[in-house]
Write a protein that binds this ligand. Structure first.
Ligand SMILES: Nc1ncnc2c1ncn2[C@@H]1O[C@H](COP(=O)(O)OP(=O)(O)O)[C@@H](O)[C@H]1O
Ligand SMILES: [Mg+2]
Length: 421
């Protein structure tokens, strides 16, 4: 329903009855194939009660978009999606006039228009006469609503997903702010549309740029990380990949190990799922380094990442594998290098070491534009603010440095391992 300006209906009220409590959110999401944790379920529940937008930040593939889709399925609401991109303007977000339809109507009504103008004697008079008909052509009939207006106009409550808002320009962010503050949209020729039901609004960001403080202030905020091993295994199970449980559990550990490496693009949940499916199709029940190396391109999408992942796989598959350590032979350990992933130690370091490694990569200006354009993960471990606090000069010793030390042991014939980094 629309409510032109001046209508007594000026405030939108959230519907309090979609979820009874936090557990109800977790249950409903699980029913629709989305595995939550306590923090996620709590924030979603609070959002549903407060009617405030929820901003989800985090690397690509951790379930941000899926959360909004699941929220729509779980509540039976229609999902409206505004996919943001650079250069997008408000006509794609709010509304535009349907020029083609207006033109068609004027052609069909040509005779009627001529009739209207028969008794006019001057051009000015004819123009005035036409202008009197403005409202007929700038009416809701000719309004092409885009997702924001559509959400406000919808007679039924909806879920509005504003996806990858960090890709939008700041000008569009200002338009969003206006809409999110009041859940209303003004069309000067018609009036102000006010939402009858506050939509559930989910914004997502892959952290390719900082969002304005004003936008963040208006939203509940949740940083979505890669899940812990238990939840990732649960997600794998829920996707019925065909990989047996023991292998799936091992795979989760291996992927987590890969995330701890200094990769350009860390494997996401969706890639773990893909990998499990690939291994299941191949009939693999027992994961070994060879089969994982053969299929690692499912999760490593850059040549350098593939090499690094392959080099790390034997140790990730078997932490007790006896891999010769270059420094055990060459020289002592008093030169300031940190070997954060010697045999058997890596997986224990991963939760902290991996996080540090990825945070250290998230230094603005470290990569060129093309890189930021494609890369949407691995950038935002911890809170967004936390990641950016690391000064550009901070040098942390990365897992890859250790890997390079290993690689050099391969000798000059192994050209792949000698690639400069
Ligand atoms: N908590 C979860 N429960 C179930 N599946 C998940 C979960 N998180 C991620 N996924 C899976 O990962 C895929 C990628 O998630 P997506 O929402 O597209 O990532 P993002 O928007 O964060 O980049 C989803 O399609 C879904 O299959
Ligand atoms: Mg997404």
């Amino acid at each position: 329903m629309t409510s032109p300006a001046g209508s007594p209906e000026t405030t939108a009220t959230p519907r309090p009855d979609d979820f009874t409590d936090v557990d109800d959110v977790a249950r409903a999401f699980a029913e629709h194939g989305y595995v939550t944790d306590r923090r996620l379920a709590t924030t979603t529940f609070v959002m549903s009660r407060l009617g405030k937008p929820l901003l989800l930040e985090g690397p690509a593939g951790v379930g941000k978009t899926e959360l909004a889709k699941t929220l729509a399925r779980a509540t039976g609401r229609r999902l409206l999606r505004l996919q943001c991109y650079e250069g997008q303007d408000e006509t794609k977000a709010l509304y535009e006039w349907d020029y083609g339809k207006q033109l068609l109507y004027t052609q069909i009504l040509r005779d009627k228009a001529a009739e209207l103008l028969t008794d006019t004697t001057s051009m000015a008079e004819a123009v005035d006469r036409v202008a009197e008909q403005d409202s007929a052509f700038f009416s809701e009939r000719f309004l092409a609503a885009r997702p924001l207006l559509e959400a406000v106009r919808s007679p039924e409550p909806v879920v509005l997903l504003i996806d990858e808002v960090d890709r939008a320009d700041e000008a569009l962010e200002a338009v969003l702010l206006e809409m999110l503050a009041e859940y209303q949209v003004s069309v000067p020729e018609i009036g102000t549309f006010v939402a009858e039901h506050a939509p559930y609004v989910i914004l997502t960001s892959n952290n390719t740029r900082d969002l304005s403080a004003a936008l963040k202030r208006r939203c509940l905020h949740l940083f979505l990380e890669y899940p812990d091993a238990e939840r990732e295994l649960e997600i794998l199970r829920s996707k019925k990949t065909g990989l047996d449980d023991a292998a799936a559990s091992q795979l989760v550990d291996i992927v987590r190990g890969l995330r701890g490496l200094d990769l350009r693009k860390s494997p996401s949940i969706s890639e773990t799922i893909d990998w499990a499916r690939v291994l299941a199709v191949l009939g693999v029940t027992d994961l070994d380094a060879a089969i994982l190396a053969d299929t690692v391109s499912v999760v490593a999408k850059y040549e350098r990442d593939v090499e690094r992942s392959r080099a790390a796989l034997p140790r990730l598959v078997d932490p007790n594998a006896t891999v010769p350590h270059p420094h055990d032979h060459d020289h002592g350990h008093d030169h300031g290098h940190v070997h954060d992933h010697g045999p058997g130690t890596h997986r224990h370091d991963e939760d902290t070491g991996g996080k540090q490694v990825r945070a250290a990569k998230d230094v603005p200006g470290r990569h060129d534009e093309e890189y930021y354009g494609q890369r949407s993960s691995g950038s935002g471990e911890g809170t967004a603010g936390g990641a950016r606090e690391i000064p550009a000069t901070t040098r942390s010793v990365t897992a890859a440095q250790g890997a390079r030390s290993f690689a050099n042991r391969g000798g000059p014939k192994n050209s792949a391992r000698r690639r400069p980094v």
